[in-house]
Write a protein that binds this ligand. Structure first.
Ligand code: SF4
Length: 369
C-alpha cells in the first residue's frame, strides 16, 4: 500500500502524463453521457481505430437517445453491421427506450439505475458515471486489471476467486476523487498505450517508480496467460440462389433468440440477422446436404435440376468457433416465395443489416462473375 505522500505523487504523475499524452479521440471531446455510453459499448470487443468511423456514423444518424429509441431495430443493426457482437446494439437500443420511458431521456446518474439497464455492467456503469457525472467509481476491465496486477506484482489468474475483488479494492484506493473521470481514462490509457499485454514500455511509464513488477523484472510475465477454451471447428454450407434479375434470397432474422444454442446454431452464427439459407454439414457432404435442405425447406419438396456451383470457401471466426463455409451459387428462374424470406439484389446488400459472415459469402458469390 502506498503512503499518503506516495499516493499523491502517483496521482499527480499519472494525471499529468494523461493531460499531455492522451490520444485525441472523438468521445473525449464531450461529457454527454449518451456519447460516452455509446463509445464504451462500441469499445467492448472492438479496437479504437475500428470503432471511430462507426461511432461517427452512428451519431450522425442517431444524435440523441430519443432518436435511437424510436429507430427501427433493423436500421440500428445496419449501422452496427461489421462491428460484430450485435447483442451490444440490440441492448443499446433497448436501454435507450428504457431511458426515454423511465428517465426522461437522460442516462441515469445513480449506479443502481444504470446497472438495471440492458447491456450495462459494473465496468460500463463506472466508466459512464465517472466520465459524464464525475461520480467516484473506479473502473476495472482487462486493461486496468493488467496495470494494477503489475503495479502490485499480482501472480496467478486475475479472474480467479478473490483476485478480481482485490484488484477492484486496489482500483478504488488509487482513484483520484477530485477528477474520477480523467483518472479512469488515464488508467485505461496507460493500459492501452504503455502497459500493453506484450512488451510493456516501462521506460516511458509515468508511474514506473511505484511498480513492483518492474522492480522484480516480472512485467513481461504478469499477468499469467489464461487457458483459452479449445477451438471448435464448424462446417456450414450456404446457398446463394440467384434469379435472372440478379436477386438473391435471404432469410429473415429469427424473432426469438435461443439462450443455450449449440455451437453450430446457424441463427447465432449469423448474429440473428438477414442471412443466406445455411445449414451445418459434415465433411464432404456439403452439396448433398444443401440440395436436400434447398428442395425440402425452400422449394417444398420439388426436385430441382439446377446445378450447385461451388464458390470459394469462406473462413470466419466467432469467439472459440472456427467456421468454414462452403457457399454454392444456384441459378434459378424464380426465387421461391416464403413468408420468412425476401429477395434482395446480390450486388448491393449494403442497405441491409447483415453479419460479417453473410457479407463474406456475398463477396465470394460476386467474385465468381
Ligand atoms: Fe506497466 Fe511497466 Fe508501468 Fe509497471 S512500469 S505499470 S509494468 S508500464
Amino acid at each position: 500500500m502506498l503512503s499518503r505522500a506516495a499516493l499523491s505523487r502517483f496521482r499527480k504523475n499519472l494525471l499529468g502524463w494523461f493531460a499531455e499524452s492522451q490520444r485525441d479521440l472523438p468521445w473525449r471531446r464531450t461529457r454527454d453521457p449518451y456519447r460516452i455510453w455509446l463509445s464504451e459499448i462500441m469499445l467492448q470487443q472492438t479496437r479504437v481505430a475500428a470503432a471511430i468511423p462507426y461511432y461517427q456514423r452512428f451519431l450522425e444518424r442517431f444524435p440523441s437517445v430519443e432518436a435511437l429509441a424510436r429507430a427501427p431495430q433493423e436500421e440500428v443493426l445496419r449501422l452496427w453491421s461489421g462491428l460484430g457482437y450485435y447483442s451490444r446494439a440490440r441492448n443499446l437500443q433497448k436501454a435507450a427506450q428504457e431511458i426515454v420511458a423511465k428517465h426522461n431521456g437522460a442516462f441515469p446518474s445513480e449506479p443502481a439505475e444504470a446497472l438495471a439497464l440492458p447491456g450495462i455492467g459494473a465496468y460500463t456503469a463506472a466508466a459512464i458515471l465517472s466520465i459524464a457525472y464525475q461520480k467516484k467509481h473506479a473502473v476495472l476491465d482487462g486493461n486496468v486489471a493488467r496495470v494494477l496486477a503489475r503495479l502490485n506484482a499480482v501472480r496467478g489468474d486475475l479472474r480467479a476467486n478473490g483476485t478480481w475483488k482485490d484488484l477492484q479494492t486496489s482500483a478504488d484506493r488509487l482513484l483520484d476523487g477530485k477528477s474520477p473521470g480523467d483518472w479512469n481514462q488515464a488508467m485505461m490509457e496507460l493500459g492501452a498505450t504503455l502497459c500493453t499485454p506484450r512488451s510493456p514500455r516501462c521506460l516511458l511509464c509515468p508511474v514506473g517508480e511505484f511498480c513492483d513488477a518492474r522492480k522484480q523484472g516480472l512485467a513481461d510475465v504478469i499477468p499469467v496467460k489464461r487457458v483459452k477454451r479449445s477451438t471448435v471447428e464448424i462446417m456450414l454450407a450456404a446457398l446463394v440462389l440467384v434469379d435472372a434479375r440478379g436477386k438473391t434470397l435471404l432469410l429473415a432474422p429469427p424473432k426469438t433468440s435461443r439462450k443455450s444454442a449449440a455451437p453450430d446454431d446457424v441463427h447465432s452464427l449469423v448474429s440473428r440477422m438477414w442471412h443466406f439459407p445455411t445449414v451445418a454439414v459434415q465433411q464432404g457432404q456439403a452439396d448433398a446436404e444443401l440440395r436436400k435442405f434447398m428442395e425440402e425447406s425452400l422449394f417444398r419438396g420439388r426436385r430441382l435440376r439446377a446445378e450447385l456451383f461451388p464458390l470459394k470457401k469462406v473462413r470466419h471466426a466467432v469467439t472459440y468457433r472456427s467456421i468454414t463455409i462452403f457457399p454454392f451459387r444456384v441459378e434459378v428462374e424464380n426465387l421461391p416465395r416464403l413468408s420468412s424470406a425476401k429477395a434482395f439484389p446480390l450486388a448491393d446488400l449494403s442497405t441491409l443489416a447483415i453479419s460479417n459472415l453473410t457479407r463474406k459469402v456475398a463477396r465470394s458469390a460476386l467474385a465468381l462473375k
